[in-house]
Design a protein around this ligand. Structure first.
Ligand code: GDP
Length: 492
């Protein structure tokens, strides 16, 4: 793993970070990465964060805002012209006006938010101009999972992909692709139509794994699941073949063609992504959908832990990872946040946080991770529910009240997307470890955890108005804690 990037990569990262530093001397900025696997809640998180800062939302635990030291917050042109802008205006209009969830992250995008503030310390007020820009970089977590490919040749990639495909959980999903590959002699002449067919069969197998209710782990190449602007590009039209690690292809063969494209994918897709984007981040938030994983059962929770391990490995500082070891420009704070805590009653929020902490601790240990300050949080970027209680006989049950999305079901009832409903979401177990055990191995009063949980998806909330008719900003749970951890020290 010693040489994940080449010497020129190192030099270029060094130059990039120097350039960043030079510009940041004139106008200080902080680059914040927002990632997580598909549907983890990245788009909703960024939209809610920006909205609450622009509109002076209720953020009691975000000190700079709570103490009235932020005088102005506004959007500015982003520094990187080659990266698409995060479509904040479209997303907030969907959430607030139409009460629908915005379109999810499909590729990288960026947004610059600048705040003018007064430092809390007299000394800092003398020294700094009290202006700081946040460059928020939104990108699919799937792309991070490509980093290990840099250290693997085509033969090794092929062998590993086949070994994974043959495992019992995946063999059915991969059957079509396996049948197609085994009918192809890697030494036969390279042919575009065959390459396309192989690529299509392989990528539909990867997508089937992701869609599977057993929530199978996400396999590389990441762009096969989230192509971004590379859809249809030859750098993507490849697939593993029945070849051995280290074997040399005959010129003009299928093997040579696929190997060349695989190497192009590494050089033109993976390396630039890490060099131009990941190596320049200062702070990172990793969003996870713990709710969905718990809903799907302990296998899915185990799987979430595995992908979190792989994601954290990408940010591991030190000699093993050249990307973060350069010029001491490294990510110094990482927040692992489980969003969508509004699906459970606040009595369970601490339990959710304990489960996320446990998940993160195990992932941190497995990724052999140290150096950055890592915190965990159970939060909801947008709170779609209120809380209440319902009397059932002598018992009073804590419930959450919201409008379930059209088509959601509970016990045979199908919701119409308009009706508000009170739901008893079930309790999370007091002992976080139980979430990680399969149902069959659970005993005692907390057993059969899977059956106690009941989550439905809700519509975004309708915003309350003040007496003057102004719409209040989006409600949330602990979004202010996330902000305080990610940027609070720079506004102190
Ligand atoms: P992305 O793929 O990471 O960009 O995911 P999104 O931000 O698009 O979120 C995916 C879906 O999760 C949304 O369409 C919502 O249904 C749900 N979601 C995300 N964040 C929240 C939240 O804070 N509260 C609730 N109730 N649902 C959320």
């Amino acid at each position: 793993m010693a040489s994940l990037t080449t010497y020129t990569d190192e030099a270029r990262i060094a130059l990039d970070t120097l350039a960043d530093r030079a510009t940041s001397f004139i106008s200080p900025s902080l680059r914040i990465g927002v990632t997580g696997l598909s549907r983890a809640g990245k788009t909703v998180f960024i939209t809610a964060l920006v909205h609450n800062l622009l509109h002076g939302g209720r953020l009691p635990l975000f000190q700079a805002q709570a103490s009235g030291r932020i005088s102005r917050a506004y959007l500015e042109h982003q520094p990187d012209d080659a990266v698409p802008r995060f479509q904040y205006e479209d997303h907030i209009a969907a959430l607030v006006n139409d009460r629908i969830w915005p379109a999810s992250t499909r590729a990288i995008s960026e947004l610059r938010l600048t705040v003018e503030f007064e430092s809390a310390s007299a000394w800092n007020r003398l020294l700094s101009r009290g202006k700081l820009s946040f460059d928020i970089v939104d990108y699919p977590g799937e792309w991070l999972l490509d980093l290990p490919l840099l250290a693997k040749d085509f033969g090794t990639f092929s062998r590993e992909a086949l070994d994974m495909a043959r495992l019992p959980v995946r063999s059915e999903l991969s059957a079509d692709w396996q049948a197609l590959t085994s009918g192809i002699d890697p030494a036969e002449p390279g042919d575009e139509m065959t390459a396309r067919k192989l690529f299509e069969a392989f990528s539909s197998y990867l997508r089937a794994c992701r869609a599977d209710h057993r929530a199978l782990s996400t396999l590389p190449p990441g762009r096969f699941l989230m192509p971004g602007d590379l859809e249809g590009s030859p750098a993507l039209t490849f697939a593993p073949l029945l070849v051995d690690p280290g074997s040399r292809p005959a010129p003009g063969s299928m093997h040579a063609m696929m190997e060349r494209r695989y190497e192009a994918y590494k050089n033109h897709v993976i390396r630039p992504f890490f060099r131009e984007h990941i190596a320049r981040l200062d702070r990172q938030i990793v969003l996870i959908d713990a709710m969905q994983a718990m809903n799907a059962g302990s296998e899915a929770v185990g799987d979430l832990e595995r992908s979190l391990t792989e994601i954290l490995s990408c940010f591991r500082p030190g000699r093993g990872n050249l990307l973060t070891g350069l010029f001491s420009h490294r990510i110094d704070r990482i927040l692992i946040a489980a969003t969508k805590a509004d699906h459970i009653h606040h009595e369970s929020h601490d339990r959710l946080q304990a489960i996320v902490r446990r998940l993160a601790d195990r992932a941190i240990a497995r990724a052999d991770f140290s150096g950055a300050n890592v915190d965990v949080l159970a939060m909801a970027a947008v709170r779609a529910t209120r809380e209440g209680s319902v009397r059932q006989g002598k018992e009073t049950l804590p419930v959450i009240i919201g409008t379930p999305l059209k088509g959601e079901k509970i016990a045979g009832d199908i919701f119409d997307g308009e009706t508000e409903t009170a739901i008893f979401p079930g309790d999370l177990p007091e002992k976080p470890g139980l979430i990680f055990q399969s149902k069959t191995s659970q005993t005692g009063p907390d057993s059969a955890v899977d059956e106690q949980l009941r989550f439905v998806r809700f519509r975004p909330p309708s915003l309350e108005r003040t007496a003057e008719g102004l719409k209040l900003s989006l409600p949330h749970i602990r979004l202010d804690r996330a902000l305080q951890f990610l940027v609070g020290d720079h506004l102190a």
